[in-house]
Ligand binder design. Sequence first.
Ligand code: ADP
Length: 191
Amino acid sequence: MMNLIFLGAPGAGKGSQAVKIAQKYNLAHLSTGDILRNEVDKKTELGIIAKQYMDKGELLPDDIIIKMVENKIKEVKGFNGFIFDGFPRTIKQAEDFDKMLDSIKIRIDSVILLDVSKEILIERLSKRAVLENRKDDSDISIIENRIVQYLQKTAPLIDYYKKQNKLIKINGIGLIDDIFIAITNIIDKKI
Ligand code: ADP
């Protein structure tokens, strides 16, 4: 069993790397952003609420996200562990998550922080807007808001997981395959 959290600003490359790492180690890739986009597409009750936040680049309320993640964890079977991508995103989510993990006897092994400068983040997100047609990538002020949200609410998790001795910082600038190899080198040393 191996459970990882991928941490990093929007555009840091968490999603791309998480997909590849999940495949290599047979982990369930649990991306809160993907789950929410799917709910939005299906126009579910959750999706209709989520859209209002996502389109503005705001975070959803913690209790909604926590409940959603807990349900997903229970659904998933047949994997060697999880990659949590885009979750937790606030200190409150991380604290509630720790309690939840305790009660279901799951342990986070490492938190992989993908480190990318703000200039490169903005450049990547603007490009992604054209490629993926994501509303939250289409407007520079929404992109900037997501980065502000990250710096204010999510970046404090870096210290949170440092204190738990779980943080591993990886340079997120470079070729996707080189960054992938850097992450697998770290994981292979641990297992
Ligand atoms: P990003 O590229 O910004 O990291 P994601 O695909 O992870 O994008 O998430 C897209 C949007 O979904 C976020 O801007 C936010 O509105 C919502 N979201 C995703 N995960 C969470 C979370 N853990 N807590 C609150 N909101 C979230």
